[in-house]
Design a binder for this molecule. Structure first.
Ligand code: ADP
Ligand code: ASP
Ligand code: MG
Length: 595
């Protein structure tokens, strides 16, 4: 019998009438001949309210007690949903995370799923019940309740779909699909027909809050077709599957307004120092993004990065200890920032995306504080007040409000790729080589020795600088790969990028002119660099991966120059001569996690 998982988010179960509405959707799926598992979130703003209550008592409540508190929200909804179904004449049974058998690690408030045992759920389904599962929660080895992180019910739903071998996972929410950007911020955003796992992983990780980022890791790893659709209508929503909607260079944009920027000032520039910093942060499971380094005077560098607002206090506490240990000068931070990103699988092939994005932003007179890129995304950090205008400018520049010229045909419902049942039929998924369902899976580790690196130190920290530079370079037909712009200090910033070695002299000629104009001391260049990449799924959300990469290299005295991260690839540049050695070291370090 086909099996369907339906998930209803908080706004879709905000009161009993809406719970009845959701129950009717489940009944319709059952009447159509499916076994049905319903995953629910806490009602309306319950979780926010519970968080606020704890904060009335203390700034830093204990994680175990927070989980005990927050899990109560979902417990209310499952019971009411089961009561609603029974009132409509259907057999239903509610289950908490523990009763479903969702085993997690013990990182309270951000636990990861280790295994799911499906026996009890299957029995209840076979007995003719609609199973109502509490989203967002699990249980650790000590029997304590854990939660998966805010928005984590999506991850519960997709993980259950994977474990049960469901035919489809429907995510019912308060929008009717995935849009090119948050339609509540930009009404001109366009609903997309389908979006690929890789794009969605990146978009959710960069701020598209429509789905919990880690749910997409599950979907990709286990091949679950996810259908995001409206709780309030029956129109088709958006499919999240392997293939993208079209082959445009940019397919979506996202904004994060809840990140803070930190800068460690005057860090001694020697191997292992950055590693030590990020090891401390990784141990605390704090996700970092936009890591950039600005080489300053006297062999000292500034290292900047962003963390979620909610992790700012713990990060500052950590840095207070790290600063004297590594002999840095001080820590600066800024909370009123926004990160605007564009994502597209074809970005690397089609080129020109960076200059277009920077120009669109500078035309609004907005200054970019930090730039980071990867092969499928470009992010710009701007003042928070400029966030919305920046998002609109780039959304517009890439024509995201318009249908792409060639839409790939939507797969027929019957052709939606199905989960590999051989994985699902084993009952409890516990991959023998992985310590849990959410562990990292690495696809490839590779070395690229075709690129050169250029740094423009000391350029004006003003609107239009990056745009002008990459426009001039593009006019010379040079394809730029990685770009990082460090955080400006005293009105000056530095920009580093990589290009094919064969384009080096041409590019140097172009930027030398700009260096004169901007009174920069540059350009500096490294004619041959080695780029080492680790490719997999959900790499950024596994906060320790980048750190393990740095540590492996630093332990052998290899210094990392530039870092570029996406959810599917982490790349670093090192000196040319260290390429082969670095590759061998990384292969050894990650041998246990290779697919
Ligand atoms: P739920 O309570 O159902 O989990 P969420 O509030 O977590 O719902 O997610 C739905 C919201 O996500 C929408 O109301 C919308 O404002 C926001 N959102 C952000 N980015 C996007 C996007 N690219 N497409 C659609 N919705 C988005
Ligand atoms: N109720 C939880 C939250 O608000 C989980 C979820 O809604 O996905 O974060
Ligand atoms: Mg949500």
């Amino acid at each position: 019998m086909p099996l369907i998982v339906q998930k209803f988010g908080g706004t879709s179960v905000a009161d009993t009438q809406m719970i009845l509405g959701a129950a009717r959707k489940a009944i319709r799926a059952a009447q159509a001949g499916n076994q049905v598992v319903v995953v629910v979130s806490a009602m309306g703003k319950t979780t926010d309210h519970l968080v606020a209550l704890a904060r009335e008592l203390t700034e830093r409540p204990a994680g175990r007690e927070m989980d005990m508190l927050l899990a109560s929200g979902e417990q209310i909804t499952i019971a009411l949903m089961a009561i609603a179904l029974e009132s409509l004449g259907y057999k239903a049974v509610s289950m908490t995370g523990a009763q479903i058998g969702i085993k997690t690690d013990n990182y309270h408030t951000k636990a990861r799923i280790k295994s799911i045992s499906t026996d009890r759920m299957k029995k209840a389904l076979d007995d003719g019940n609609i199973v109502i599962a509490a989203g967002f929660q699990g249980i650790d080895d000590d029997g304590d309740i854990t939660t998966l992180g805010r928005g984590g019910s999506d991850t519960s739903a997709v993980a259950l779909a994977a474990a049960l071998g469901a035919d489809e996972c429907e995510i019912y929410t308060d929008v009717d699909g995935v849009y090119t950007t948050d339609p509540r911020l930009l009404p001109e955003a366009r609903k997309v027909v389908q979006v690929s796992y890789d794009e969605m992983l990146e978009l959710t990780s960069l701020g598209a809050g429509v789905m919990h980022n880690r749910s997409i890791e599950f979907a990709k790893k286990f091949g679950v077709a996810v259908h995001v659709r409206s709780s309030f209508s029956d129109t088709l929503g958006t499919l999240i599957i392997e293939t993208p909607e079209s082959d445009t260079a940019v397919s979506g944009a996202a904004i994060t307004k809840n990140e803070a920027r930190l800068t460690m000032v005057g860090v001694p520039d020697r191997p292992g120092v950055a590693m030590f910093l990020f090891s401390k942060i990784a141990e605390a499971k704090i996700p970092t993004d936009m890591i950039v380094q600005n080489v300053g005077q006297d062999n000292r560098a500034d290292i900047s990065f962003t963390v979620p607002d909610t992790d700012l206090v713990p990060t500052l506490e950590l840095l207070q200890l790290v600063v004297p240990e590594i002999g840095a000068e001080t820590v600066e931070w800024q909370e009123n920032v926004a990160k605007v990103s564009v994502v597209g699988l074809e970005m690397e092939q089609q080129g020109g995306v960076a200059k277009k994005m920077f120009r669109a932003i500078s035309q609004k007179g907005i200054n970019i504080d930090i730039i980071t890129t990867s092969e499928i995304k470009i992010s710009a950090l701007v003042a928070r007040d400029d966030g919305l205008a920046t998002l609109r400018a780039v959304h517009n520049a890439f024509g995201l409000d318009k249908e792409p010229k060639k839409i790939k045909s939507r797969p027929k419902q019957s052709k939606v790729p199905k989960l590999d049942r051989s994985i699902a039929e084993t009952g409890a998924i516990d991959f023998s080589r992985l310590s849990g369902m959410e562990e990292i899976l690495i696809e490839a580790i590779s070395l690229n020795q075709t690129e050169a690196q250029i740094t423009m130190p000391n350029v004006p920290d003003a609107p239009g600088i990056a745009a002008e530079m990459f426009e001039k370079i593009a006019l010379g037909d040079v394809v730029v790969d990685m770009i990082v712009q460090s955080c400006g200090r005293n009105g000056r910033a530095s920009i580093t990028f990589t290009i094919p070695r064969k384009s080096l002299s041409k590019t140097l000629e172009i930027v030398q002119k700009l260096a004169k104009k901007w009174k920069s001391d540059g350009p500096l260049h490294i004619p041959a660099i080695s780029m080492l990449s680790v490719r997999g799924t959900g790499l950024r959300s596994h906060t320790d991966l980048a750190y393990r990469m740095f540590k492996t290299l630093a332990d052998s005295g290899i210094n990392v120059n530039v870092i570029s991260t996406s959810e599917r690839n982490i790349a670093v540049t090192v000196d040319e001569s260290n390429g082969e050695k670095g590759l061998a070291l990384l292969k050894q370090e990650f041998s246990g996690e290779m697919m």
